[in-house]
Design a protein around this ligand. Structure first.
Ligand SMILES: [Zn+2]
Length: 397
């Protein structure tokens, strides 16, 4: 805890005092903003000066935070102060009984910066988020996990827990996840995430605090789709050839379902297992939900049939595929819509109304693995050429 109240009820932010001043402060009384109990100063060569509870305290803040957490909060606080943005360190909100690492007022909106260095339970994270939101405060969770920036798109492993921290501030901007490492004094932003199981394709860009402002957190640039298509061919090969004695529960269930229908991954059309900008809304990997949409709904219908996205979404809902625990995403557009538009681009369907589509071509199933590889290569090459061609009429016939 970096802030406590003195006996006049005034907040004292310890890191702003010199060693000499802190020595003198030690003789005075300080109180925890959360439990009002007496707290004492801990300062030494090895630690950032902070307040600590006495051993028998029952306060929720009693469990101390690490040096990294303390340093991260100080860095972020100084960064905001240098920009003249009103901010309070460790602001306690009695109504929701939560203490924000940093409460920020920016352009008439309130934000709570939460620098998360240890994992809290998913339930706790969602509860804390909802409490802030009820007070009209937008929490921004910043992960303290050390990551290395990459200049080009690469595959990054994220914990299931880190997925919750994805933000989508505006439908025009791609989703983003924030990291901060005090050793590096830079914020990393993972942008445009395309997950496959626990790995994410994305770019992890590094922004030194000295070079960015708070508003940069909300300005994420969308890159052209070409980078993801060039990485995705490998994913398709892996999907078709992957063998394991230890499939995950989802994979095992999926394969059983596929075999019962008489299919193997190597037979499936190339249009299955394609990336869409928002497929991270859906927990299972794209090959699972796209197989369900194609094999249960799109493949059986004869050429010429007309249908709506609503009908398609119904198939998805029946299979319970949407993730419900992403508190900071807009959920629009849906990955199902994006997928259908991609299939239109690939020449399988025509859009004939705002929510009406007509099937114009059957899917090709493959007899051999070689044919499947060729089919995948051709499709990815086509999508790559479309993403470098800005014409909206890029279509495959
Ligand atoms: Zn306390």
């Amino acid at each position: 805890m970096l802030t406590a109240y003195d006996d006049q009820g005034k907040p004292v932010v310890l890191y702003r005092y010199s060693r000499e001043e802190i020595k003198r402060l030690k003789s005075r009384s300080f109180f925890c903003p959360v439990c009002q109990e007496n707290v004492y100063i801990r300062a030494g060569d090895q630690v950032i000066p902070h307040f600590a509870h006495f051993q028998n305290s029952a306060c929720t803040e009693r469990k101390g935070e690490g040096e990294k957490h303390r340093q991260g909060k100080i860095d972020l606080m100084n960064w905001l102060m240098e920009q003249d943005i009103p901010a309070v360190l460790e602001y306690y909100l009695p109504r929701i009984q939560q203490r924000a690492d940093i409460l920020v007022k920016w352009r008439n909106r309130w934000f709570a910066l939460e620098y998360q260095c240890s994992s809290i339970s998913r339930e706790m994270l969602i509860k804390r988020t909802r409490s802030y939101q009820r007070m009209g405060i937008t929490p921004i969770w910043i992960s303290g996990k050390k990551r290395r920036a990459t200049s080009k798109a690469s595959k990054i492993n994220l914990t299931h827990y880190e997925r919750f921290f994805f933000y989508e501030w505006d439908a025009r901007f791609p989703p983003v996840l924030y990291f901060y490492n005090p050793e590096d004094k830079a914020i990393l932003m993972l942008q445009q995430p395309y997950p496959v199981k626990s790995s994410f394709y994305g770019t992890l860009r590094r922004y030194p605090l000295s070079r960015i402002s708070f508003s940069h957190l909300f300005q994420v640039e969308r890159q052209p789709d070409s980078w993801i298509y060039s990485s995705w061919l490998n994913e398709k090969i892996k999907f078709r050839t992957y063998r394991s004695r230890f499939f995950s529960h989802d994979d095992h269930e999926f394969r059983q379902w596929l075999y019962q229908l008489g299919y193997h991954p190597q037979h499936l059309p190339s249009a299955i297992h394609l990336p869409t900008p928002h497929h991270f809304y859906i927990k299972p990997p794209p090959y699972i939900w796209q197989s369900k949409i194609v094999l249960l709904f799109l493949h059986p219908m004869p050429v010429g049939s007309v249908f709506s996205i609503k009908q398609l979404s119904h198939v998805m809902n029946r299979h319970n595929s949407f993730s419900t625990d992403l508190p900071f995403v807009l959920r629009s557009p849906t990955p199902v819509e994006e997928y259908l538009h991609l299939l239109c681009k690939c020449g399988y369907f025509d859009q004939i109304g705002p929510d009406r589509f007509r099937k114009v071509r059957n899917f090709t199933f493959f007899k051999t693995l070689e044919q499947a590889f060729d089919g995948d290569k051709t499709l990815i090459k086509f999508l790559l050429s479309c993403s470098s061609n800005t014409s909206p009429h890029c279509r495959r016939r």
